[in-house]
Ligand binder design. Sequence first.
Ligand SMILES: Cc1cc2nc3c(=O)[nH]c(=O)nc-3n(C[C@H](O)[C@H](O)[C@H](O)COP(=O)(O)OP(=O)(O)OC[C@H]3O[C@@H](n4cnc5c(N)ncnc54)[C@H](O)[C@@H]3O)c2cc1C
Length: 465
Amino acid sequence: MSADAVVVGSGPNGLVAAVTLARAGRRVLLLEAADRFGGGLRSEEVTLPGRVHDLGATVMAMALASPALRELSLKGVVYVHPPVAAAHPLDDRPAVLVHRDARRTAEGLGRDGRAWLASAGAIARAGFPLVDLLLQPLGPYPTAPGVFARAAGFGLAGVLPVTTFARRAFRTVEGRALIAGMAAHSMLDLRAPLTTGYGLLLASLAHLVGWPVVRGGSQVLADALVAELRSLGGEAVAGHRVRRLAELDAPTVVLDVTPRQFLAMADLPAGYRRRLERFRYGPGVFKVDWALDGPVPWRDQAVAGAGTVHLGSTLEEIALSEAETAAGRHSPRPYVLLVQPYAADPTRGGHTLWAYCHVPNGSRADMTDAIETQIERYAPGFRDRVLARHTMGPAELEAANPNLVGGDIGGGLAGLRQFLRRPVWSPAPWRTPLPGVFLCSSATPPGPGAHGMGGHQAARLALRS
Ligand SMILES: Cc1cc2nc3c(=O)[nH]c(=O)nc-3n(C[C@H](O)[C@H](O)[C@H](O)COP(=O)(O)OP(=O)(O)OC[C@H]3O[C@@H](n4cnc5c(N)ncnc54)[C@H](O)[C@@H]3O)c2cc1C
């Protein structure tokens, strides 16, 4: 097919870019290096036959909140919610629970309930207009009155390091631990600016849209987007890795790749090349998928209903673990992010779960034992439930998806510098100096997450050009 636009890479950003262009009447060709579409949305039977594991994203808060995905009604995609959005177990006291309902969450936080409602709760109450602004930070802007005032309030708190915010806003061990666990998704040292913003945004989404999973696995969402593209006349080809831009023949090219790959693909003007060479990748992750013969034996049974579990105890312990990673070391007691999709979705062939911890970029260390020890701390007897496990360190993650450079699942460090220059300082950072060529991966605004908004913004820019 002779295409008006070629999209390279089929992560959520590439898929949304392709669908956005096709809906505007462009003939789109989507090329994907892997044998399956989806990038961070892929699911595979990596442990035992019939067990569906998400290789990347499982928790679809960002997808549900995404202005781009909200407007598509995708056939076969059903979001299912666990009874509890997230849990944060503690050693010597009951776990802290995040419910869809902000008030119920606040009740569980006791003396910190009001602080929760005034922070995460307030962002959720501001609703989609504020979230839309955060997910498309460079416009087009929502017009609802008061949005910018609320955004300014969020921005003032959000820019703080979460170690500072947690101690100022919360008084209890529970409240401080909870916001630290949320903020640690950012993969930053928790003493870094903006960590509060990342934590509060994620927490507020639990109240606004919930933290659901896709029934049957995240691959269902990827496949539905491919089907949507094809229904609009687009073509999608898997198993085709693009090595040089010169291979492509179309007036518009949208690349779901990160700066390092772009540098290898194209001859770029020296100034832009130097700016991309300064782009920094963040820590990597070490991920384990398990097939279990039953649910995780949590000591606190309330954790069993949670889709996501943050392991790492107090603010101080999580901050120490993330500081170690940021300094290039392996934490002996790492912060562990665990997802048990079976709490919401019984269709994945049994009790499957995954967890990862952060490691220095490119690390070769095997963190299986450290991760399982953290799980055993809150769920004694966990290892006895394991039927099979599958591990992926940075090298395996990058081999499966070249965007995960050194195991960095965020598409580049999310600190203040690269919040502003993602990947370059520009009112339209998706645009490149090459005519008709755009970047759309999570190395562009609004950054990581299965929202597809980088793709949406890049495609809209391409259509306007
Ligand atoms: C283990 C893990 C857990 C995660 N958990 C969550 C979660 O629960 N919720 C959430 O919202 N987000 C989560 N994320 C993050 C989320 O998956 C990513 O932010 C998102 O997938 C980024 O989308 P993308 O389109 O930019 O790139 P990707 O999804 O990484 O896709 C890029 C695609 O481009 C392809 N590609 C790259 N180079 C080429 C080339 N030269 N030629 C052809 N194809 C190419 C790759 O093969 C890949 O398919 C997780 C990520 C990982 C890895």
